[in-house]
Design a binder for this molecule. Structure first.
Ligand SMILES: NC(=O)c1ccc[n+]([C@@H]2O[C@H](COP(=O)([O-])OP(=O)(O)OC[C@H]3O[C@@H](n4cnc5c(N)ncnc54)[C@H](OP(=O)(O)O)[C@@H]3O)[C@@H](O)[C@H]2O)c1
Length: 437
């Protein structure tokens, strides 16, 4: 065995550079904790000419995957490339070649989890994916180990820092979505292409990873109802604030008598709810177990520093297995491979929620009673109504805000389908679900 635990790193972008810096700065403490030096021996990137902005003098760089995958001295392969095809090939080949693998790739695990986890199970090495959800927040390890004795009934939380930053800033500055997104991009808190974050896809990937662990099955990403924050307006933030709510982008899954209900969307959260005070780029994930009740993990869910800590934790765990000769740890899920099975989610239409509905209408006589009638015909009962804006001679549209009692999603969608056809409607109806607990 070599004098060090040798790492081969694929990708040296935001996360990879953080890992390089962390392993250099904390070299001696990590050596103490592992019992041997942990060193990045090789790295594979796509552009060798790029200035990395970190000290890579001791690292052999290449663009050839075999540089790492065929090197028998590499113990642990880090997949920090992202995306699907290239990352999948790297992970599968590394596992086949007997390496331990650490990845931060939530997209791959959520969309191709069956292939990846099966390969990880069949391989001899460790498979770490802590950083894929919440970066340094140890939610994966906590669900796999700490809470493995309990029956998890619900997970909910803020799982995307960029969306949370934008919503917090919109609320603080009373600004609109587009201008706030631009400021987030200028501040380096949103990607140049922010699609995965603002469309809710990143949070949806993370929720699927957590569901797979917590509910002992393999969930189909394409079944997960996913909405982002792009339709949230300054008016919604204002009105919901007056009603005692904060708008947050949440991922939520719960076990019900109908089955597993899961969704990712913006939600109204009561101002005294734990999620309401989570601002900026922070993540906050609550887990509810039958025996343990609620537990909450909170912290920065992205960025080079937190992500590097998540990766380093997995590296250290793998190094300890390697050094103690334990080649096959327990399944990367909470259950043995034989128990893995696809689990269908409850269709979104059958999920019940309370709703915030904002109708942008021409202020004609009888509009409110027409809306109320359609809602009642679709079994939706109204908890409160607020009319915003003053009728004027210019006939500028006004907002009618309705908070409903709990209603079935399909009924609400059917009612909105009818109401949106009415001649008094001036704009798109806003629908935001209310997160009661
Ligand atoms: N950013 C975060 O805060 C964060 C947090 C948690 C999880 N993650 C996950 O971590 C992963 C990496 O994210 P990131 O933000 O670090 O991405 P990134 O900044 O875009 O870096 C990607 C790296 O992969 C390299 N690369 C691209 N194609 C390659 C190929 N075919 N072969 C080898 N290397 C290749 C790039 O090389 P060049 O530099 O030469 O172009 C770059 O160094 C993703 O799965 C992401 O979801 C990110």
């Amino acid at each position: 065995m070599s004098d060090a635990i040798n790492i081969g790193m694929f990708g040296m972008g935001n996360v990879g550079k953080g890992v390089v810096q962390l392993l250099a700065k904390n070299k001696s403490v990590i050596e103490k904790r592992v019992g041997k030096p942990v060193e990045i021996k090789k790295a594979v990137v796509s552009d060798l000419k790029k200035d990395r902005g970190v000290d890579v003098s001791g690292i052999l760089m290449s663009t050839d995957p075999d540089h790492i995958l065929n090197d028998p001295d590499i113990d642990i392969v880090l997949e920090l490339v992202g995306g699907l095809d290239v990352a999948e090939t790297i992970i599968l080949r590394a596992l086949e070649n007997g390496k331990s693998v650490v990845t931060a790739n939530k997209a791959l695990l959520a969309e191709r989890g069956r292939t990846i986890f099966r390969a990880a199970h069949d391989a001899g090495g460790c498979f770490g994916f802590e950083t894929s959800v919440g970066a340094a927040i140890p939610i994966v390890r906590t669900l796999r180990l700490g809470f493995a004795g309990d029956d998890i009934v619900k997970i909910s939380g803020i799982m995307n820092g960029t969306s949370n930053y934008i919503l917090s800033k919109m609320s603080q500055d009373k600004s609109g979505f587009s201008e706030t997104l631009e400021k987030a991009q200028e501040a380096g808190l949103a990607e140049a292409d922010p699609t995965l974050d603002i469309q809710g896809i990143d949070a949806a990937h993370k929720l699927i990873v957590l569901m797979n662990i917590a509910f002992n099955g393999v969930f189909d990403f394409s079944q997960l109802h996913t909405e982002g924050i792009t339709n949230i307006t300054a008016a919604d933030i204002d009105y919901t604030g007056q009603l005692g709510y904060t708008i947050k982008h949440i991922g939520k899954v719960r076990k019900t008598e109908q089955g597993i209900e899961a969704r990712v969307h913006p939600a109204l959260v009561p101002r005294d709810h734990i999620m309401s005070s989570v601002n900026g780029a922070f993540n906050s994930i609550s887990v509810f177990g039958e025996f343990m009740g609620p537990a909450n993990l909170h912290g920065l869910g992205a960025g080079p520093g937190p992500s590097a800590v998540g990766v380093a934790g997995d590296v250290i765990e793998a190094a300890r297995y390697i050094l103690t000769g334990q080649q096959r740890p327990v399944s990367p899920f909470s259950i043995p491979l034989e128990e893995w099975r696809p689990i269908d989610m409850v269709p979104m239409g059958r999920i019940r929620s309370e709703f915030y509905l904002r109708f942008n209408v021409l202020d004609h006589l009888g509009v409110l009673s027409s809306i109320s009638k359609v809602l009642a015909e679709n079994r939706i009962s109204v908890r409160s109504v607020i009319q915003k804006g003053v009728p004027s001679e210019t006939e500028a549209p006004v907002d009618i805000v309705i908070i409903t009692h709990e209603a079935m999603e399909a009924d609400v969608q059917a009612a909105l389908g009818q109401i949106n056809q009415e001649p008094f409607m001036a704009g798109r109806t806003q629908l935001i679900r209310i997160e009661p607990d």
